[in-house]
Design a protein around this ligand. Structure first.
Ligand code: SF4
Ligand code: SF4
Length: 402
């Protein structure tokens, strides 16, 4: 019933009790599936920042996204990290986030970009950043200017010098994310993912996602196909997704505000994100040690606690009908086929003109294949999303040959 182990990922237990570590796509870097974002460090004393960081690291978190340009935050986090060997943590640090007159500002002025990034390295007391994340690119013009101009060249130079190990981009816009994958130079995308956003059409206007009216008084048509395709495209390309807004800015945690008319727990929200293809880690905004622990509770949660399918499947105003969510509820199969995994490989294959050899290899390695299906229908009685599983098994045989 738990989420399927995504292809191309390793999971192992290291620091922390049960933390899962995943490979950050083609970078090969191993990161904790539950990781932390930078917003919780704002307006905190050094001691509070250290407390958050120490709690997270004790729980096995090894990955931090820092969009923050606030010099105090950078200095606090940098100081708190000093007791940990550099190789033991992974930093997603943002390019193009600058501090101006006591406030954060996004910039595309190259001299400001360089100055802000050098400040980041100095205050963080680190010689390199694992993911150099080009900050907040949501519209096409902005994207073109970055990829045809000095900013991408600066990022490439930093990578060539080993000062950043990989290049990322943060966006809320699926079209921009597709374009980023196409460039071939983007290794990681920080993307806003949760069950509520996945039901909205991909949009260039990020404010739609953040407007609470967006989720009121509408009927949802299930997962948006473009967003779904994006996740599969990233997985196929080896581009890792790191997740922001995993709790939908808190909307999903509230019975009244949730578009499903029932709150999801933090653990269910995290599980939704971590069962999307290509997702390596959810960067959770945590303001105190209790919020760290609420997030890392995911690692030791029982399958029943993680399970979000009942809430999504029964939501009065939404429909995920017919779409495989890889939740694994259909098990057990009479012939021991891992149906969720077969469906996932099939979906990955169906969005491409030609099935890549790597995908064929992954499929071949499954212990049981779709051609073993005896059409008993047992699985279909268990699927909360009414997926035509027998049809999917036949399709898989056509695509993979067995
Ligand atoms: S077929 Fe249904 S039960 Fe099985 S993984 Fe897909 S959505 Fe879940
Ligand atoms: S219909 Fe096929 S896939 Fe489903 S339980 Fe039976 S054998 Fe397994």
């Amino acid at each position: 019933m738990n989420g399927v182990c995504q292809s191309g990922r390793n999971s192992s237990k290291k620091r922390g009790v049960d933390m899962e570590y995943r490979v950050l796509g083609r970078t090969g870097i191993k990161v904790s599936s539950i990781s932390i974002g930078g917003e919780g460090f704002e307006n905190k004393s050094y001691e509070k920042c250290e407390e958050i960081l120490d709690t997270a690291f004790k729980e096995g978190v090894n990955f931090i996204d820092l969009y923050n340009s606030n010099p105090t935050v950078r200095s606090h986090v940098g100081k708190a990290l000093q007791k940990y060997p550099r190789g033991s943590f992974v930093i997603e640090g943002h390019l193009c986030s600058t501090w101006d007159n006591g406030q954060y500002r996004r910039t595309r002025e190259i001299h400001e970009v360089v100055k802000a990034f050098e400040d980041f390295l100095t205050r963080m007391q680190i010689a390199y950043v694992d993911v150099g994340m080009i900050h907040y690119v949501d519209d096409q013009k902005d994207f073109d200017a970055i990829f045809e101009g000095e900013i991408i060249n600066y990022a490439k130079d930093l990578k060539a010098q080993g000062i950043i190990k990989s290049i990322g981009i943060s966006t809320h816009n699926a079209d921009i994310a597709f374009k980023a994958v196409e460039t071939g130079v983007i290794d990681v995308i920080l993307f806003s993912i949760n069950a509520a956003y996945d039901m909205l059409p991909a949009s260039e206007d990020v404010n739609i996602l953040f407007d609470e009216k967006t989720f009121k008084n509408r009927t949802y048509e299930g997962i948006d196909l473009k967003r779904d395709k994006l996740y599969h495209t990233c997985e196929n390309a080896g581009v890792a997704l790191t997740v922001m807004k995993g709790y939908g800015a808190g909307v999903l945690l509230n019975d009244k505000e949730s578009p499903f008319e029932r709150a999801l727990s933090p653990v269910q929200c995290l599980h939704y994100c971590l069962t999307r293809p290509a997702v390596a880690a959810v960067m959770v905004g945590v303001a105190n040690p209790e919020q760290v622990l609420a997030a890392t509770a995911y690692s030791s949660a029982a399958d029943e606690e993680k399970d979000y399918s009942e809430i999504l499947a029964n939501a009065p105003k939404s429909s995920f009908n017919g779409h495989c969510m890889y939740c694994g509820h259909c098990a057990p199969c009479s012939k021991k086929i891992d149906i969720a995994m077969v469906n996932k490989y099939l979906d990955l294959a169906l969005i491409q003109e030609e099935v890549p050899e790597t995908l064929k290899d992954h499929y071949a390695l499954l212990e049981h294949h779709a051609n073993e299906c005896i059409e008993c229908g047992a699985c279909m009685k268990n699927c909360p999303f009414n997926v035509e599983i027998i049809h999917k098994m036949k399709q898989a045989v056509q695509v993979f040959g067995k």
